[in-house]
Design a protein around this ligand. Structure first.
Ligand code: IPE
Ligand code: IPE
Ligand code: MG
Length: 245
């Protein structure tokens, strides 16, 4: 940690670290374009930021980190870009598993994994399997994730379960939540989106109902411990009311 980061860190209340942080990692393409590089160079650098952000989040005491890595809408990108993005999970886990184990991080996948290429499913499932007994930070990778698709998946599963008698009576919020990919996890306290865009882009629509939203202009490849600390500090200045006064 450099001096500037240490100063911010000292300002932060360790008792009020957001337990669940979700991040829309955006701006890889523009980061590359501004440097005159092809878009995939932005994605390559974006993976480096994933590595450092996982480490930094775990060091800060964040309990759950949910990273939006590929949306159900991202299939509409050029095939070459989609293929490049689909090559990244394998590379990430190949090099990062020892570090994830050292940091006691538990990996999970959220999204419709059946539509992902086999090698991606295998890489993430292996990562989840190998880290399943870790007791530190939970790291959710949202891959082929779309919130509307998730909600429909949940509704259809509830209809099935009701028909077979596994689900009885009226659906309440707890039951509904338990059918989502994020079952068992508390909702995000803080959502960060990089790159200056101020939208949700079909991410965690149900789960973000009461999250604090933090938008920063910095492109994802440039997102550092400093920016994470600024976001957490900003979060700590907020007064969460949940409808109360
Ligand atoms: C985020 O960066 C990565 C993914 C969505 C997979 P982008 O690729 O969206 O970068 P911009 O928004 O085009 O700059
Ligand atoms: C959201 O970013 C998806 C991910 C970060 C994986 P996009 O770049 O796809 O979002 P839009 O298209 O600008 O809304
Ligand atoms: Mg984008």
């Amino acid at each position: 940690m450099n001096e500037r980061e240490q100063e911010l860190k000292n300002k932060i209340d360790p008792e009020n670290i957001p337990h669940h942080v979700a991040i829309i990692m955006d701006g890889n393409g523009r980061w590359a374009a501004e440097k005159g590089l092809p878009r995939h160079e932005g994605h390559r650098q974006g993976v480096e930021t994933v590595r450092s952000t996982v480490r930094n989040s775990s060091d800060l005491g964040i309990g759950i980190l949910t990273l939006f890595a590929f949306s159900t809408e991202n299939w509409q990108r050029p095939v070459r870009e989609v293929n490049y993005l689909m090559s990244l999970p394998e590379k990430y886990f190949q090099t990062e598993l020892p570090e994830l184990m050292r940091n006691n991080v538990r990996v999970r996948l959220i999204g419709d994994s059946k539509r992902l290429p086999r090698k991606v499913q295998k890489a993430v499932n292996d990562g989840a399997e190998k880290t399943k007994n870790n007791t530190g930070m939970v790291l959710n990778f949202a891959l082929n994730y779309g919130s509307r698709a998730e909600i429909l998946m949940a509704v259809n599963k509830m209809i099935e379960d009701a028909a077979s008698g596994r689900l009885k009576g009226k659906i309440n919020e707890n039951i509904f939540s338990s059918y989502l990919y994020t079952a068992g996890l508390p909702d995000p306290d803080l959502l960060i989106r990089t790159s200056g865009e101020q939208r949700i882009s079909n991410f965690l629509l149900w789960q973000l109902a009461y999250s604090e939203l933090w938008f920063t202009d910095v492109y994802w490849p440039d997102f550092s411990m400093f920016h994470l600390l600024v976001a957490v500090d900003g979060y700590q200045q907020r007064k969460r009311r949940f409808g109360k006064i």
